[in-house]
Ligand binder design. Structure first.
Ligand SMILES: *[C@@H]1O[C@H](CO)[C@@H](O)[C@H](O)[C@H]1NC(C)=O
Ligand SMILES: *[C@@H]1O[C@H](CO)[C@@H](O)[C@H](O)[C@H]1NC(C)=O
Ligand SMILES: *[C@@H]1O[C@H](CO)[C@@H](O)[C@H](O)[C@H]1NC(C)=O
Ligand SMILES: *[C@@H]1O[C@H](CO)[C@@H](O)[C@H](O)[C@H]1NC(C)=O
Ligand SMILES: *[C@@H]1O[C@H](CO)[C@@H](O)[C@H](O)[C@H]1NC(C)=O
Ligand SMILES: *[C@@H]1O[C@H](CO)[C@@H](O)[C@H](O)[C@H]1NC(C)=O
Ligand SMILES: *[C@@H]1O[C@H](CO)[C@@H](O)[C@H](O)[C@H]1NC(C)=O
Length: 499
């Protein structure tokens, strides 16, 4: 080969390389675009995999208005679930109840073969609709449906609500709305709507803290038949049994006022059930099942004391743990009970002028005096505390970790509480930039900045008074951070022990 030939060859090689690079770039871009392009329905043979470049939500399927989208939602940075989000606000409306979360990486896939399936070849099926349908689509009301070619629905996400109920979605007594931290739930009973708090593990829904009995003003409940609830376009949460006349109406503040957008209610992580409507650019809060924050089970955190109109303090004479700013060391939140040899050390904390926020829904025993009530708890290692009312002789035994109590003027209302001493103080892995949120009950919530922000707001609320922070917590529902719910949804899987 002479010089010129060599030069020519080199040039050709370079050109080829350049061409290769260019075509690869184009192909890559094209495939990324294709992967992130959302469709309006899925048919048999469909397959999607998570795109590593997407940091929050990867749309797969969009409804006809473009308001809602089904896609992969990133959780805990490396995992995913399948979710329906409201596109403009990034609020999660629904997500698949996957117990074991798949990773946000290539072998994980969403397929449709009659069933909508999340699987990976190694771990198998994570979640499936177990249907034999012909197509999947998302309605303009956010209902994800698997249906047959003649249009009959075999499976719909409306039958498996997460924490949110949208306008006109039927909520039956077999369903529950569960807050994304897994602690609070809304359920229907024979003739009531109940809010429940689960502060210790177990299968029961937990302690009921709000019971809304159907007023039955316009229609009566027939015993033995189930009731159901619907968020109505007219601006109320109705309970129904037979026919279209509600047996109960809980009206929102925009009741019978025409609002521009859709309505929804959500079981929030603070234990309140809240209603919102969409203005076109933000969600406006127009309903709260619990209007007084002191009536929430854990408004001031574990061992907190809520002073109506004033704000938060601690049962322990307002003294907080120096390191954490909380009322007791974090180990107390994870303790199951005081029965095991390691956990049986505790000190007693007594306060007067305290009451339970929802005592009328709790069981009690009649006792002669506070001492007797205290002894009953002292002797029993599954008891966390007791509250006694001198005037009636009612002794309320608390068989779950102590949450927030309410400050009352009547000093004859007394409480006895166990504070664990066996657990490490302040021993907790708090990574840099990781905020520790409002810790209520047995489930420890750890996560990104948003919850940390919530805690920060709550602490600010401590200084400003409860009414101050209620306003901050969102009478204006707008401005909620993107994927707010999502962040929180991931916490359920982070049940970690600080010990
Ligand atoms: C849905 O989209 C329409 C326009 O396509 C808009 O007017 C409406 O406000 C949207 N609703 C929601 C809930 O985003
Ligand atoms: C989610 O799944 C778990 C386990 O299968 C179940 O116990 C729980 O009730 C489900 N939650 C909802 C909201 O359906
Ligand atoms: C669909 O795919 C899932 C997961 O691969 C599999 O378990 C299921 O049997 C398939 N269903 C049909 C009808 O082929
Ligand atoms: C939603 O879909 C229904 C039919 O399924 C239609 O009647 C209605 O006009 C649609 N609403 C919007 C806002 O597109
Ligand atoms: C809700 O229930 C009513 C009556 O039971 C039914 O007519 C309606 O179609 C249901 N709506 C949805 C969205 O399933
Ligand atoms: C201990 O308390 C639990 C409830 O906290 C109760 O179910 C149990 O019967 C009590 N045991 C005794 C011996 O009193
Ligand atoms: C509780 O009631 C008894 C008599 O019923 C009374 O002697 C006692 O002083 C009361 N204690 C308080 C703290 O009010």
């Amino acid at each position: 080969m002479n010089m010129t030939e060599r030069l020519r060859l080199r040039l050709r090689l370079r050109l080829l390389t350049l061409l290769y690079v260019i075509s690869c770039t184009i192909l890559n871009t094209w495939s990324v675009v294709r992967a992130s392009t959302s469709q309006d329905h899925l048919t048999s043979g469909f397959k999607a995999t998570p795109n590593p470049a997407v940091s929050t939500f990867q749309p797969i399927l969009t409804d006809s208005t473009g308001n809602y989208s089904l896609g992969f939602l990133r959780l805990n940075k490396t995992q995913l679930t399948l979710a329906v989000v409201h596109v403009l606000s990034s609020e999660t409306i629904w997500h698949a109840n996957i117990t074991r979360l798949p990773g946000w990486s290539d072998p994980t896939q969403l397929t449709f073969n009659g069933s909508l399936v999340v699987s990976d070849p190694r771990s198998g099926v994570f979640w499936s609709t177990y249907t034999d349908g012909d197509r999947v689509w998302l309605s303009n009301t956010s209902n994800l449906q698997v249906e047959t070619s003649d249009g009959s629905a075999l499976w719909q996400s409306f039958d498996f609500p997460t924490d949110t109920l949208v306008e006109n979605q039927n909520f039956t007594s077999k369903m529950s709305l569960v807050s994304s931290n897994g602690i609070y739930s809304m359920r229907l009973g024979q003739d009531f709507m109940g809010l429940y708090a689960k502060f210790k593990s177990g299968s029961d829904p937990g302690q009921i803290y709000l019971k809304r009995r159907a007023m039955q003003a316009k229609a009566e409940i027939v015993q033995g038949q189930p009731i159901y609830a619907v968020v109505e376009s007219d601006g109320f949460l109705g309970m129904y049994q037979n026919g279209t006349t509600p047996v109960d109406v809980q009206s929102f503040s925009s009741y019978q006022q025409p609002v521009s957008g859709v309505r929804r209610v959500r079981m929030e992580t603070d234990g309140n059930l809240k209603g919102y409507f969409w203005t076109g650019s933000s969600w406006i809060l127009d309903y709260q099942a619990v209007s007084d924050p002191c009536e929430l089970p854990c408004s001031c955190g574990p061992y907190g004391l809520c002073q109506p109109g004033k704000g938060c303090g601690c049962l322990n004479n307002n003294e907080t743990e120096p390191q954490t700013g909380r009322c007791v060391s974090p180990g107390n939140h994870n303790l199951v009970d005081f029965c095991s040899a390691y956990d049986n050390k505790y000190k007693a904390l007594r306060s007067s002028g305290v009451d339970l926020p929802y005592k009328e829904l709790m069981g009690y025993q009649i006792m002669e005096n506070f001492q007797e009530c205290e002894n009953a708890c002292e002797r029993n290692c599954t008891c966390w505390g007791a509250v006694y009312r001198n005037t009636s002789g009612f002794c309320y035994i608390l068989d779950y970790p102590i949450q927030t109590l309410v400050r009352v003027a009547d000093e004859s209302k007394m409480g006895y509480f166990k504070v664990s001493e066996g657990v490490g103080k302040g021993k907790m892995d708090v990574g840099v930039g990781v905020g520790v949120g409002v810790l209520c009950g047995a489930i420890l919530v750890i996560g990104g900045g948003l919850v940390g922000y919530g805690w920060y707001r709550m602490r600010r609320g401590k200084q400003r008074g409860v009414s101050g922070y209620v306003k901050e917590e969102g009478i204006i529902g707008g401005g909620v951070g993107p994927y707010k719910d999502l962040g929180a949804a991931s916490f359920r899987s982070v049940e970690l022990s600080a010990r």
